[in-house]
Ligand binder design. Structure first.
Ligand code: SAM
Length: 290
């Protein structure tokens, strides 16, 4: 049987079912099997592992995952794709399809039902671009027992997530992602491997889950709030952004004292601080937050 991910077979499947793409669901299907194998290679999937896929579409990536992994659990929001997937993936008995919005998934139940074998679980997906960040943050905050996440996403977002300090891509999203994972852009992917072609460029991002965060923060919520505040106006100094954002809880004197105690110059910009420096500031200022 020929792979699903070719222009010819994809067109045949779409025609057979009279399927029309829903832009609002980020439906851009992959039609290049080499790209798919590359994604799976970058994810490090083997027969000793299980995979969670988000948005199988007509099964292009699911099929390659079924070949490479022990088991695949795929979440698809669009009910029109269920009969199509049952057809295109009928040769694979290691795929479980869940017709549900991934943001509403009950992961405890998923583990209880499908992952009792204790094999490592990895997330691999060509994500719907309109909800990339909510999906990734949900997976990370839920602290699921997954070892890594490998996803095709918008190139610009992948670069922001993996960015180091002192670059224009670096911001609160970089810190949020890198608090939980080690992030790397693995490859840039041309628009031509999708049907229909998206307007933006794409990239494969690999997130290796950390056993523990790289910094110890006393209050995660406050830490992320301080990071966000530091980037509120990128061209303003740290002093300026923090005193504006925390004007109701911190006096200017307390802010200056904080900079001095932590050893950070208030005239620096947020983009020059690494995660350790943000953690030190958050742990110091935390004492003033009730
Ligand atoms: N994996 C397929 C491929 O590579 O050809 C399709 C990828 S396409 C970029 C994104 C898929 O995610 C679509 O099938 C879409 O219907 C599905 N999707 C969109 N929003 C979703 C959500 N909230 N939960 C689960 N699936 C979703």
């Amino acid at each position: 049987m020929k792979a699903i991910a070719t222009p010819k077979r994809t067109k045949e499947i779409l025609e057979k079912y009279g399927f029309s793409f829903k832009k609002s669901l980020g439906q851009n299907f992959l039609i290049d099997v080499n790209i798919l194998r590359n994604i799976i290679h970058n994810a490090g999937i083997t027969k000793e592992m299980n995979a969670i896929e988000i948005g199988p579409g007509i099964g292009a990536l699911t099929e390659q995952l079924a070949i490479a992994a022990n088991k695949v659990v795929a979440f698809e929001i669009d009910g029109r794709l269920v009969p199509i997937l049952e057809d295109t993936l009928q040769a694979y008995d290691n795929v479980e399809l869940i017709n549900q919005d991934i943001l509403k998934a009950d992961f405890e139940e998923v583990w209880e039902r499908y992952f009792k074998d204790d094999k490592p679980v990895k997330v691999v997906a060509n994500l719907p671009y309109y909800i990339t960040t909510p999906i990734l943050m949900q997976l990370l905050i839920a602290n699921l027992p997954i070892s890594s996440i490998t996803v095709m996403i918008q190139k610009e977002v992948a670069e922001r997530m993996a960015a180091a300090e002192n670059t224009k891509e670096y911001g609160s999203l970089s810190i949020a992602i890198q608090y939980y994972t080690e992030a790397k852009v693995k490859m840039v992917v041309p628009k031509t491997v999708f049907m229909p072609q998206p307007r933006v460029d794409s990239a494969v991002l690999h997130l290796e889950k950390r056993a523990t965060p790289p910094v110890t923060v006393e209050d995660e919520e406050f830490f992320f709030q301080l990071v966000q505040a530091s980037f509120q106006q990128r061209r303003k100094t740290l002093r300026n952004n923090l005193s504006r954002h925390f004007k109701d809880i911190l006096s200017k004197v307390q802010i200056e004292e904080g900079f001095e105690r932590v050893g950070i110059d208030g005239t620096r910009r947020g983009e020059s601080l690494n995660i350790q420096e943000f953690a030190a500031l958050a742990n110091y200022f935390k004492q003033y937050v009730i």
